[in-house]
Design a protein around this ligand. Structure first.
Ligand code: SF4
Length: 177
């Protein structure tokens, strides 16, 4: 457990400014997939544009099989207000970096999932990923119901501050052990 706490503490290294960036140890049983999530991807402008989005990303059936291999995961939470925030604290980049740290700490099964579509190449070759070390599918592209999963762990994707302004939260994930 000490090792997991040390790993979670590493999230502080990715913080930039006052916006919330957090990581929480969660049970894999709290991660929910749903048929509608992946179906909705078909309506997205990024559908079929890169190898980390549907129809190329792992199917919900594959994801459910993968989830069976794990008990513990780390949910990464980033408060994103503007596009600039996304450059400063990108949940997908954090997941990839934390995945590498986790593997170096002995969590050899660790694997990260990001948020949103892959933006590493201007145009994806749609044949074979040229950035396998840094590119990961998003949670939602595999059929994970991110809203439900966040709620199951005490988080909302959208809140309003005292002035009625929207506060958005983006999530990424590491399947740990
Ligand atoms: S990193 Fe490049 S090649 Fe790989 S999935 Fe993303 S856009 Fe495609």
């Amino acid at each position: 457990m000490d090792k997991i706490l040390k790993l979670i503490d590493k999230i502080k290294d990715f913080k930039d400014g006052e916006k919330l960036v957090d990581a929480k140890l969660i049970k894999v049983s709290s991660i929910k997939t749903a048929f509608w999530v992946r179906f909705k991807c078909r309506l997205c402008v990024n559908y079929n544009t890169n190898l980390n989005c549907p129809p190329y990303s792992p199917s919900p059936d594959e994801m459910n099989e993968l989830l069976k291999c794990y008990q513990d995961a780390i949910l990464i939470i980033c408060q994103i207000q503007t596009k600039k925030d996304l450059d400063l604290v990108n949940p997908s980049k954090i997941a990839v970096n934390l995945e590498k740290i986790a593997i170096n700490m002995g969590f050899y099964k660790a694997i990260g999932f990001g948020a949103g579509s892959c933006k590493h190449c201007e145009i994806c070759n749609l044949k074979s990923c040229i950035n396998r070390d840094i590119a990961r599918p998003s949670m939602e592209s595999t059929g994970i119901d991110v809203t439900k999963t966040a709620k199951n762990n005490g988080y909302e994707m959208l809140e309003y501050n005292e002035d009625g302004e929207k506060i958005l939260y983006f999530f990424s994930l590491i399947l740990l052990k």
